[in-house]
Structure formats: C-alpha cells, structure tokens
Design a protein around this ligand. Structure first.
Ligand code: SF4
Length: 307
C-alpha cells in the first residue's frame, strides 16, 4: 500500500514523510470573529456554527498566541520530546482583520520554537489582495496551508446552511491561492440537510477535480444552541447512520485523487454540545470502521480515480 499506515493519504503520513518526525497540530484562537456573524455578510452565521465559531477544541482566546502554544507544547513535551508543531488558527475566520494584526499573530505563532508550519482556516470571501500577499510571503518561509469551508458545491444547500458566498467566490479564491502555490484544504460536510449520496459524491468529485493539497470530510453534527438545532427539531432531516457514513466516506475516498491529503474523515462534536448523531462520539470506532470497510472492499483512495 502506497501510504503505509492507512488505505488513504492521511495528514499524518504526509507530515511524517515531509518532516521525518511526528508533527502535531496545535489549535489557536486568534481572537477573530466572522463576517457571517458580525453583520458584514450575515448576522446569524452558518446554520451549524457554534458559539465558539466551529472550533470547540481551540485554545483560550484570552491568552496571547505564544502562551496558547506554550500550554499545549508543555502537555506534549513529555511524551513527544522531539515532536514538531503546526500552529492551527482554527475557529471563526482567521483572515478577518487588518493585515498588520494578522501578520503580528501569524509571525508570533511561527516564531515559537518547534513550530514548523501554519494552518489558517478561513472563508474564500475573506482573503483580500493585501492578505493574499501576506499569505504568499508566509508560504515562502514556512509550511503553510489555508483551509476553506466550502461544505458543499450545491447552491441550494449553501442557501439552507447560510454559507454566505457563491461557488464562484470559492473558485476565484481557490485559483488565486493555487497560482501562488499556497496549499489549500477544502472542507466538505457529509449529510447536510437535503443532501443524499449522489449530491454528496458530486461535491467530492468536484473537489477532487480541483486537486487541492488537502480535503477535510466532516460528518454533519447538530450541536446545542445552534440554529441547526431548531431547524432539526422543527423539520427533522435524515441523519446518517454510522454504517451509512462509513460507506459514504469509503465511496468518497475511492473517487478522490490519491495525491490529495486527507486531513479528516470524521466529525469532532464536543460531548457536552452534541445532539446528533450520538454514535459519532465514538470516533475510534468510526475510524476503525472506515479501515475495515476499505479492507473488505479491497479498496483505497483513488481506486476509481479518474473515473
Ligand atoms: S464561516 Fe465559520 S465561523 Fe463563520 S459562521 Fe460559518 S462556520 Fe461559523
């Protein structure tokens, strides 16, 4: 098997082959908000977005960047003294500030000893030209990737989830990043309201055809205190069962370009906030289920790529 540890191209494999050691992602809260929440694009946010800006496991935003990193490094140091780190600006929109503030925060992260790269999660409608130039210069001095929350290629679903930008906006930004050689990770959510297998796999095929550096496959979660919670209560939509989800992830991996790094194949709903599907709390069993199903199919990422 091409990737040694799994039947798909994991981030773990990618980082280990690039850096020759175990690399950890450290989640940082950069203290940002989001244009889809503060009124610039929308004021209620994406329908599934939680209070913490879809970053339930990010660090404490009251601490400066250096201290947030330090706290996490201290915990890892004992077990992994020679590990390296990617500083991950995870929740809210991490390019949503003026370029001077952004530069200060990003530089503070990459100047931390042991940090060998930077991951920045954002929206494609939130990378103006001056921020793009900043990303370009960061990309020349560190291992950078930018994450874009596409979630679906389908405009009707994008409206239901209040994503707040059109697919053209995504395509324009994606191609600008690609032209500059900036690694891009595209997020997709499997099981959005009204989306079944055919629609989901269309989005996967679409992303695969763009050949980004990476992809994140999330499971649709309903979290407490989100608008999705009320939506789900008022008009319950089909929630994927564990077997359906595992089957869909395997179908997705099979049509995905094998060069694309798979950063995630499960969701990560916080135990205290998760309403459905509750089976997703047992993440290990989902991951094992994917491995078992790929083996059962004698399959792997890209088996049917190109179709
Ligand atoms: S773009 Fe991200 S932070 Fe903003 S509302 Fe949507 S999920 Fe929340």
């Amino acid at each position: 098997m091409r990737w040694i540890d799994k039947r798909y191209h994991t981030l773990n494999y990618e980082l280990k082959s690039t850096f020759g050691c175990k690399v950890f992602k450290l989640s940082i809260d950069g203290g940002f908000t989001c244009p889809n929440r503060d009124g610039k694009v929308g004021s209620s946010g994406c329908i599934f977005c939680s209070e913490s800006g879809s970053g339930e496991f990010a660090s404490n935003r009251n601490l400066d960047i250096h201290s947030q990193l330090e706290q996490q490094v201290d915990l890892l140091m004992e077990k992994w003294p020679s590990g390296k780190y990617i500083a991950y600006f995870q929740n809210f929109t991490n390019t949503y500030s003026d370029v001077t503030d952004l530069e200060k925060k990003y530089e503070s992260a990459i100047s931390h000893p042991g940090v060998i790269g930077l991951a920045i999660a954002t929206r494609p409608d939130c990378i103006p030209d001056d921020v793009l130039s900043l990303l370009d210069s960061l990309n020349k001095k560190t291992y950078l990737w930018v994450e874009l929350g596409l979630q679906t290629m389908h405009e009707d679903t994008a409206k239901v989830i209040r994503r707040g930008y059109d697919i053209e906006v995504f395509e324009k930004t994606f191609s600008k990043l690609k032209k500059l050689g900036i690694r891009t990770v595209v997020h997709l959510i499997l099981g959005l309201p009204g989306e079944y297998r055919a629609k989901i796999l269309q989005s996967v095929r679409y992303v695969s055809s763009l050949n980004p550096y990476g992809v994140k496959l999330h499971l649709m979660h309903v979290l407490k205190n989100t608008d999705l919670e009320s939506y789900y209560t008022e008009s319950p939509f089909h929630m994927l069962s564990k077997d359906e989800y595992i089957g869909l992830v395997c179908d997705s991996l099979e049509i995905l370009n094998p060069d694309i790094t798979v950063h995630r194949v499960t969701g990560d709903g916080s135990k205290d906030l998760l309403i459905a599907p509750l089976w997703s709390l047992d993440k290990r069993s989902v991951l094992n289920g994917i491995d078992i199903e790929l083996k059962r199919r004698d399959s792997f990422q890209g088996k049917f790529f190109p179709e």
